[in-house]
Design a protein around this ligand. Structure first.
Ligand SMILES: *[C@@H]1O[C@H](CO)[C@@H](O)[C@H](O)[C@H]1NC(C)=O
Ligand SMILES: *[C@@H]1O[C@H](CO)[C@@H](O)[C@H](O)[C@H]1NC(C)=O
Ligand SMILES: *[C@@H]1O[C@H](CO)[C@@H](O)[C@H](O)[C@H]1NC(C)=O
Length: 544
C-alpha cells in the first residue's frame, strides 16, 4: 500500500512536466509560427529561395506574395529560378515600351519653358506600363540599367534609367493607394546599379547585401514624387490637389500631426551677409509666414551679430564650415560646401533653404508641399541652389558629404555640386527665385520687375553694401546686368519696415564707403551713359 503514493507522485510530476512542456511548445511554436513560417515552408519543399525572398516573406508573414518584375529577364536571371515560388508566390513580368531613343535628358530638362501657359508646357512621352493589366504587387524586383559613358565626377543623366525608376515607383504607389493604402511594399534591386536616390531615399533602404538590396519605401513620400512631371519640362504640380492633405494627416498616424518645416539660411566665413540675413528674416516675418526660421552660423559670426540675428527672428545653430574640395585656397567659394549642413537638420521634415541675399515679398509657405529637390532653373538643365526645398535626413547628409570628393562642381561651389548629386529635380516658377539679372546686353532700359514676385535674389553688389538711394551695380559696366533701381528699392522697403534696433547691423564701414565712392568716381570719369553717377545720394549711412 505504501507503494501507491510513491507510484502516484511520479505520475503527477510527469503529467505536470508534460503539461508544461506542451504549453512551452505551444508558446514556442506560436512564436515561431509568427516569424518563421515562410522559412519553414521554404525548407520543407527544399527549393533554393533567394535570400531576399526569405527576408521579405518573413516581413509579409502568411501572405501569398505577388512579385512584379521590372527590367528583369526571368529566363536568364539566376536570382529568379522560374520554378522557385510555385504555389507560394506569383511572378508577373511587367511590360512597358522603352522611351524613344531620340529623347535626351535635355528634352526632359530644358533651359526654358513657357511658365505662364501651363497648356503649352509639354514633356516628351515616357511610356509607363498599363497598370490595369497588373493589379496589386507586394514586391517589385528590378534591375536598374547602368548607363555607360557617364563622365567621371558627373551625375547620371540617363532617360532609360529614369524611366525604369519611375515605372517601379508608379507600380508601388498604385499597388498601395488603389488597394490597401498603407500596406508594406518592397522593392528588390538586383545587380550593382543603385536606384536613383532622388526617388528611392536612402532612409528606405531595408537590407543591403551588396549584390542586391531591398527598399521598403515610405509610400506617402514616394507618391509625392510620382505626382511630379518626369522632368522640368513642366512646372512641378502642388500635390495638395492630389491627396497631400491626407498624407499629412496620416504621416505619424496622428490626427494632430503637424509637419515640421522651416526656412533656413547660412552665414559662414565672414560677417558680410549679416545685414542681408537680418533683412531676409524680417521679410519672411513681414510675409506672415508661420514657419520656423533657422540660421546656421560658423564661428566667424560674432556674438553681437548673433544677438542681432536672433532679434531679427532667427533660431541660431552653430556649425563647422565645410571646405569645397574643388575650390582654390582663398577663393570666394572656398567654404561654400558648408551649405550641405542643411541636410543634417533632421528635426525638420522639410526645409526651404534661402541664401542671405534674398528678400521674400510674398509668403512661400505653400511651397512646403513639394518634395525634395524643388528649385528654380538657373540655365541649361541646372537649378539655382540659392533657394530650394530639401528633406533633411541623416543618411542623405552622409551620402551628400561622401559624394563631395567624387563629384565634380562646374563652378567649384555648392550649386555645381548639388546639380550633379540631384540630377532629377522639380521646377518651381521663376518668380519663386527671381534673379536680379537682366541679360548681358548693355541696355539702359531696364525691364520693370514683374508683379507677384515671391522673392528677389540680389545678384551682383548687394543692396546693403551700397546706398539706400543708389544701386552700385550701375557703376561697373560688367555689373550693369544686375542693376535695377526698382529691385533695389524693394530691399530698402524691408529695411524701413524693420525695428530700428536692427539698423545698426546694416551700417557702412568707412572702407566700404570708400570703395563705393571710388567706383562712382570711375563711372563719372567714364561718363557712363546711364548717368546714375549724377544722383545726389542722401543715404545717412554714408560717411563724410
Ligand atoms: C500680413 O498680414 C497683415 C495683417 O493681416 C496684412 O495687412 C498684410 O497685408 C499681410 N502681408 C502679406 C505680405 O500678405
Ligand atoms: C559661395 O559663398 C560666398 C560667400 O558666402 C558667396 O558670395 C557666393 O555667391 C557663393 N558661391 C557659390 C557659387 O555658391
Ligand atoms: C579718368 O579717366 C582717364 C582716362 O581713362 C584717366 O586717365 C584718369 O586717371 C581718370 N581719372 C580718375 C579720377 O579716375
Amino acid at each position: 500500500m505504501g507503494s501507491k503514493p510513491s507510484k502516484r507522485k511520479p505520475f503527477t510530476t510527469l503529467s505536470l512536466t508534460f503539461l508544461s512542456l506542451t504549453l512551452l511548445l505551444i508558446i514556442f511554436r506560436s512564436f515561431r509560427w509568427k516569424i518563421e513560417v515562410p522559412r519553414k515552408n521554404i525548407n520543407s519543399i527544399s527549393v533554393r529561395y533567394p535570400e531576399w525572398y526569405r527576408i521579405i516573406a518573413q516581413e509579409l508573414a502568411q501572405k501569398r506574395i505577388r512579385v512584379g518584375l521590372v527590367n528583369v529577364n526571368i529566363e536568364t536571371s539566376e536570382d529568379i529560378g522560374s520554378s522557385f515560388m510555385q504555389g507560394e508566390a506569383e511572378i508577373v513580368k511587367v511590360n512597358f515600351d522603352r522611351a524613344a531613343d531620340h529623347i535626351q535628358w535635355g528634352h526632359l530638362f530644358p533651359e526654358w519653358i513657357d511658365e505662364d501657359n501651363p497648356e503649352e508646357q509639354k514633356c516628351p512621352e515616357i511610356p509607363m506600363p498599363r497598370y490595369n493589366d497588373y493589379g496589386e504587387f507586394d514586391v517589385i524586383v528590378a534591375s536598374i540599367p547602368c548607363p555607360i559613358g557617364a563622365e567621371k565626377g558627373m551625375g547620371i543623366r540617363d532617360v532609360f534609367r529614369l524611366q525604369v525608376n519611375l515605372v517601379i515607383a508608379n507600380l508601388l504607389v498604385r499597388s498601395s493607394f488603389e488597394y490597401h493604402e498603407y500596406e508594406m511594399k518592397f522593392v528588390v534591386f538586383l545587380g550593382s546599379c543603385s536606384p536613383m536616390w532622388e526617388i528611392f531615399r536612402c532612409d528606405d533602404l531595408f537590407w543591403d547585401d551588396g549584390a542586391w538590396s531591398i527598399y521598403r519605401p515610405d509610400l506617402r513620400r514616394l507618391k509625392q514624387k510620382v505626382l511630379m512631371p518626369v522632368g522640368t519640362c513642366q512646372l512641378a504640380r502642388p500635390f495638395a490637389e492630389s491627396g497631400q492633405e491626407g498624407w499629412r494627416r496620416y504621416a505619424l498616424n496622428d490626427a494632430l500631426y503637424q509637419p515640421r518645416e522651416a526656412y533656413v539660411t547660412i552665414l559662414h566665413s565672414s560677417e558680410a551677409y549679416v545685414c542681408g540675413a537680418i533683412a531676409l528674416a524680417q521679410s519672411i516675418i513681414q510675409s506672415n509666414s508661420s514657419k520656423d526660421l533657422v540660421l546656421l552660423a560658423d564661428d566667424s559670426i560674432s556674438k553681437k551679430s548673433l544677438q542681432g540675428l536672433e532679434a531679427a527672428g532667427w533660431k541660431i545653430k552653430r556649425i563647422k564650415r565645410i571646405r569645397s574640395p574643388h575650390a582654390a585656397k582663398g577663393a570666394y567659394n572656398e567654404w561654400n560646401y558648408s551649405k550641405l549642413r542643411i541636410w543634417h537638420l533632421i528635426e525638420y521634415d522639410k526645409i526651404i533653404f534661402i541664401d542671405s541675399d534674398f528678400i521674400v515679398l510674398r509668403s512661400l509657405d505653400e511651397f512646403f508641399v513639394y518634395p525634395q529637390l524643388s528649385a528654380v532653373g538657373n540655365n541649361g538643365h541646372i537649378f539655382n541652389s540659392g533657394l530650394m526645398l530639401v528633406e533633411p535626413s541623416k543618411c542623405a547628409f552622409q551620402a551628400v558629404m561622401g559624394k563631395r570628393f567624387t563629384m565634380a562642381s562646374y563652378n567649384g561651389g555648392d550649386q555645381g555640386f548639388l546639380n550633379e548629386v540631384f540630377t532629377w529635380w522639380h521646377r518651381w516658377p521663376g518668380r519663386v527665385n527671381f534673379l536680379k539679372f537682366f541679360g548681358d546686353s548693355y541696355d539702359l532700359i531696364r525691364p520693370k520687375i514683374p508683379m507677384n514676385l515671391y522673392t528677389i535674389h540680389y545678384l551682383g553688389v548687394k543692396p546693403w553694401m551700397c546706398y539706400k538711394d543708389y544701386d552700385c551695380n550701375w557703376d561697373m559696366v560688367g555689373f550693369h546686368k544686375f542693376a535695377s533701381d526698382l529691385a533695389h528699392e524693394k530691399w530698402w522697403q524691408v529695411y524701413d519696415a524693420m525695428p530700428k534696433k536692427l539698423r545698426p547691423y546694416c551700417e557702412l564701414s568707412p572702407r566700404m564707403d570708400a570703395r563705393i565712392k571710388k567706383w562712382r568716381g570711375k563711372a563719372k570719369n567714364a561718363s557712363l551713359p546711364d548717368r546714375h553717377w549724377e544722383i545726389r545720394v542722401k543715404d545717412p549711412r554714408r560717411h563724410a
